[in-house]
Design a protein around this ligand. Sequence first.
Ligand code: HEC
Ligand code: HEC
Ligand code: HEC
Ligand code: HEC
Length: 397
Amino acid sequence: MNKNLVTVLAVALLLCLAGCALAATPAGVVETGTGVSLIPASSWAETYPDEYATYMATEANSQVTDYVADYPMISTIYEGMAFNTYYSSARGHFYCVADVTETGRPHKLANCFTCKTADFTHMVNEQGVSAYTMAFDDVLANVNESMGCYTCHANDPAQGNTVTHTYLADAMGDDFSKVAGQTAVCAQCHVEYYFAPDTKATTLPYTSLAVMNPDDIYAYYEAMDFADYTNPRTGVRQLKTQHPEFETYMGAGSVHASMFTCADCHMEKVTREDGTTFRSHTLVSPLDSESIMATCAACHADLPGFVHGIQEKMEERTIAIGYKLEELTNKLADAVAGGQYTEDELNAIRALNRKGQWYWDFVFVENSEGAHNSKLDNSCLDKADALIEEALSLFKM
Ligand code: HEC
Ligand code: HEC
Ligand code: HEC
Ligand code: HEC
């Protein structure tokens, strides 16, 4: 190791010891029960003009692409659920409500508002899980804002970060206090979740950090015999993974999980004219922020080049395995229709298809394309590939 690198690492370690201690401040948890109120974002515009203005600025990122056009294999892989005809990419937080109401996917229940609007979060906090089964359109009539200050601060931003989606605190158990508040608030939505079969309540598939990984989550779904949808042609009871950014970033193999919070890389610190600082509430890619990149420069001379290199390789692998999964789906559909296989033979292939898709989807729908934890993503793709190959080897011709 050369001397400069040693110095850099030593300084980084010291910064981290100081920074990590601060970063480990956990979030509070919102008060729930009859009569709890919601202060809308607009009420904070004068008290916190900079946070408010930067929060409103997420409107600028209106760009959205349709994944079904970009990744044609998902029209087959997701057959049996609405994502196979319309699945848009993420854009600014400002658009959460517009995107959930204007998709080509119809919604019946209000639980789809879980990650979109503070008004619904408040309803859950006031009336309990029965809010999840209210009619989508009835709730829409009472939606006034997208994500609000309430979402991450409850009714008092001066108190720091507060989690208002209580299912997160429930899923973390005693580990909740080990998660930095600036990460926990993001984990309210950037996580894998499911709707509990009986109450339709948004629920996370784990009970502690130790079992918050793709293998144990799969075991959790197996134990409850859960499926999000059934592919109509193959009869495979499939799982639909959803944006597991938190699980991926915090997972085994993550280089930076103990050094940086989500906010460190996605909410830049801005210095005002008077020298004081605030957090920009426009969630950006670190590659779009000079000031965030400056904090990385000691170790990453060319951060964009480094990140794009990881992402290109991950995309290439994900697409290649996605095509294999499409091939498996079509072959299995033919086998089901053809009648030359026993039900036991078909079930053996179905089981491999279900599990292979789980590991593939875990990477496909994670929004950083490998940047958060390429080691974990590659191990998921290794597993997906092996399971799909094994399934393909079971066909008689
Ligand atoms: C997606 C979550 C999220 C939302 C929504 C959000 N904040 Fe924040 N806010 C944060 C995080 C994370 C921090 C950084 C906390 C820290 O560093 O301890 C923060 C910090 C702050 C601070 C402390 C000063 C600063 O800028 O660092 C204030 C004040 C604040 N937010 C106000 C607001 C207001 C007003 C709104 C609504 C217009 C809002 N926030 C919406 C996550 C959020
Ligand atoms: C209430 C749910 C919720 C919370 C809390 C939340 N997000 Fe998001 N986030 C979303 C949704 C939904 C989208 C996609 C928006 C769309 O396309 O309509 C998104 C999009 C994003 C994007 C892409 C934005 C763009 O302009 O392309 C980033 C980056 C992001 N979130 C980071 C974060 C970080 C970091 C935090 C915590 C400080 C956080 N989010 C908290 C729900 C949430
Ligand atoms: C060490 C820095 C770092 C940390 C910490 C981090 N991310 Fe990221 N994140 C990245 C990078 C790099 C990308 C890829 C950006 C790009 O492609 O331009 C990314 C991408 C994303 C995206 C996709 C953005 C888009 O425009 O589509 C989301 C959403 C996101 N991160 C959420 C999170 C959440 C939630 C956390 C905490 C659990 C987190 N990130 C922690 C570095 C980080
Ligand atoms: C103390 C040195 C140091 C600092 C500071 C640092 N990194 Fe890193 N980072 C590393 C090392 C070491 C690796 C692993 C390199 C490898 O795998 O080749 C890494 C890997 C990464 C990866 C790839 C992760 C993966 O799983 O493949 C991303 C993305 C990243 N860093 C982003 C950032 C961002 C953004 C910042 C600034 C907010 C930052 N880093 C600051 C040392 C650092």
